[in-house]
Design a protein around this ligand. Structure first.
Ligand code: FAD
Length: 561
């Protein structure tokens, strides 16, 4: 069994596979970087779960569905919220040091668009402690092998079934073929398609593209989340939890502008609404010119108080002081929305199974449709845990049933290896990094918080041109040891495929819903568009179809905060 990705979703899956199979199945865990450098170490904010008497599964489900602008599949959300608390308590038993109240109970804090405080956290290093706890737990098992710094290139599917994974060992660029009965894709997000992002450099959408190329559909890819409050010019987040503890947003006139966009929830409205409000303020001339000449609004964190800022928000304070030279204890912090999270992903059912037998997905790369058109803050970490556990169990029951393996066509693998070999040291008219910049710039300009047909068409044209230019890229590094330029080129190939899917899906959805806001179609249209976008790879292009949203008890209504 293979697990591709060692973030929170991948590690949680690996533990579940080993536990559920009683270690009868051997597991290979693969990561393109060192296991603990997976992007999941970054989150400061926390993980949502119903853990207090004032809360209920109904309420968490409703908040999530309302947040999703009614695009989430409601049966999946109901299952998700029921499983969150058991995952949080399981992590506690495995040793995760959740922050505590004075009486020793697990502390909960308020996040945007959640009706009650339900976000657990481990100081301001939640992701780091989750990763450590999962890694320590994995080490209690024997039957697994780590493949750190192996870069996966493609999924091999024969006769509609998964047969193996082609990867490159980064140390010497040698090809490795992993033959396996099943794989769980846990490759994380795609924020690096944009210039201004909260995501790590490794977050280049590889898993989305590999699945797409292997014939697995991608779902709802037009829905990208912008995190409203990211410090300019680098995109480091000022966690939403700060606003739960009293921080406020101001425009250049010193006005609390959120009162005009979300009169009740104000700075704690859903992320899509705050991101649009910030961009609107900037567009109407009430922004603040700041570092790198970027437009921003201002975050006043002083109401949070010095004690909290210097303890549970220490990372935020240090980042603001060290990276932009601003002290949030006394000064206002310039922030604007940055590309943050993919609501869409590999189309999976409630058991995290894809259309191709033997391929499962979990975490941010998977779309079981919990987030719909907009994710609530602190729902992703529990989603990674819950979907990781479910994918692990589903994959075990599949692998135990399907003992015989599929015949692998060696010719196809040799051809792919050969094409990579030919790139090393190749001369060409374009450099990798100029192409990456061109892609990021067009995404930033045309596929952002506000979109319209003209800009989306421009982006599509640029992406198709970049795909042609890609064939004529030269590499200045011809060495085989850690050839970073080659890896970036392969990542760019993935990014271009995913960008084409995102833009095509966005062009076709002629309405505004959640994070997908079309200036030329500014209203939600449930009659025509209460449906999921499905993108398939056909003849090298993108074919779009739709499937219904599953509603259990919450009828779509106008969303107000
Ligand atoms: C700055 C920041 C703060 C956040 N804070 C919160 C928060 O407080 N609460 C919350 O709920 N959510 C938060 N999120 C979202 C959440 O952190 C992510 O959605 C989640 O960590 C994704 O985890 P994952 O396991 O799916 O993927 P990742 O942790 O991104 O792991 C992906 C793995 O796949 C591997 N991989 C990818 N491509 C390849 C390839 N080609 N070959 C080999 N390996 C590959 C990588 O090496 C890595 O091991 C935050 C996100 C960011 C960016």
């Amino acid at each position: 069994m293979l697990i591709l990705g060692t973030g929170i979703a991948g590690l949680r899956s690996a533990i579940e596979v080993l536990k559920a199979s009683n270690e009868k199945l051997s597991v290979g865990v693969i990561s393109k970087v060192h296991l603990m450098r997976s992007h999941s170490v970054a989150p400061e904010g926390g993980a949502a779960a119903v853990l207090s008497e004032n809360d209920s599964f109904e309420q968490h489900a409703y908040d999530t569905i309302k947040g999703s602008d009614f695009l989430a599949d409601q049966d999946v959300v109901e299952e998700f919220v029921r499983r969150c608390p058991e995952e949080i308590l399981q992590l506690e038993h495995w040793g995760c040091p959740w922050s505590r109240n004075e009486d020793g109970s697990i502390a909960l804090r308020l996040f945007g668009a959640h009706e009650v405080p339900r976000t657990v956290f481990a100081e301001d290093r939640t992701g780091h402690f989750l990763m450590r706890t999962l890694y320590d737990t994995l080490l209690r098992y024997q039957n697994f092998e780590r493949y750190d710094e192996f870069f996966a290139v493609s999924l091999v599917v024969e006769e509609g079934r998964f047969s193996g994974l082609l990867a490159l060992k980064r140390k010497d660029t040698s090809p490795v073929f992993f033959k396996a009965r099943a794989i769980i894709l846990a490759t994380g997000g795609l924020g690096r398609l944009w210039e201004f992002t909260t995501n790590a450099h490794t977050t280049t959408g590889d898993g989305f593209a590999m699945a797409f190329k292997a014939g697995i559909p991608l779902k709802d890819m037009e829905f990208i989340q912008w995190l409203p409050t990211c410090m300019v010019p680098h995109g480091i987040p000022a966690t939403e939890a700060l606003r739960g503890h009293g921080a406020i947003l101001l425009n250049s006139e010193g006005e609390r502008f959120m009162k005009r966009y979300a009169p009740e929830k104000m700075d704690l409205a859903a992320r899509d609404i705050i991101s649009r409000a910030i961009m609107q303020e900037i567009m109407e001339g009430r922004g603040w010119k700041s570092h790198g000449n970027m437009d921003s609004v201002l975050l006043d964190a002083r109401p949070v108080g010095e004690e909290k800022l210097l303890t549970i928000y220490r990372t935020f304070v240090e980042n603001a002081r060290d990276f932009i030279g601003i002290d949030p204890l006394t000064e206002l912090v310039p922030v604007r929305p940055a590309a943050h999270f993919s609501m869409g992903g590999i189309d999976v059912d409630i058991g995290m199974k894809t259309e191709v037998m033997g391929v499962f997905a979990a975490g941010e790369v998977a779309c079981a449709s919990i987030d719909g058109a907009n994710r609530l803050g602190s729902n992703s970490l529990p989603m990674c845990l819950v979907t990781g556990a479910i994918a692990g169990r589903s994959a075990v029951s599949y692998a135990i049933r399907k003992k015989e393996s599929v015949k692998v066509s060696k010719k196809r693998i040799f051809e792919e290896v050969d094409s990579i070999e030919k790139i090393i040291g190749k001369r060409g008219d374009f450099g990798v990094y100029s192409l990456i910049k061109r892609l990021q710039r067009t995404m930033e300009k045309n596929v952002h918080v506000f979109r319209e047909e003209k800009g989306l068409l421009e982006a599509l044209k640029t992406i198709r041109q970049l795909k042609e230019d890609y064939l004529n890229v030269g590499l200045s590094d011809s060495s085989r040891a850690f050839n970073v330029e080659l890896i970036h080129l392969l990542e760019l190939g993935f990014m271009l495929d995913v960008a084409e899917v995102i833009v095509t899906s966005a062009l076709m959805r002629r309405e505004s819903r959640g994070a997908h806001y079309r200036l030329d179609f500014p209203y939600r249209d449930d009659n025509k568009w209460l449906r999921h976008t499905i993108a398939r790879c056909r003849n090298g292009g993108v074919e779009i179809s739709y499937k219904p949203v599953r509603i259990t008890k919450w009828k779509p209504e106008e969303r107000r905060y």
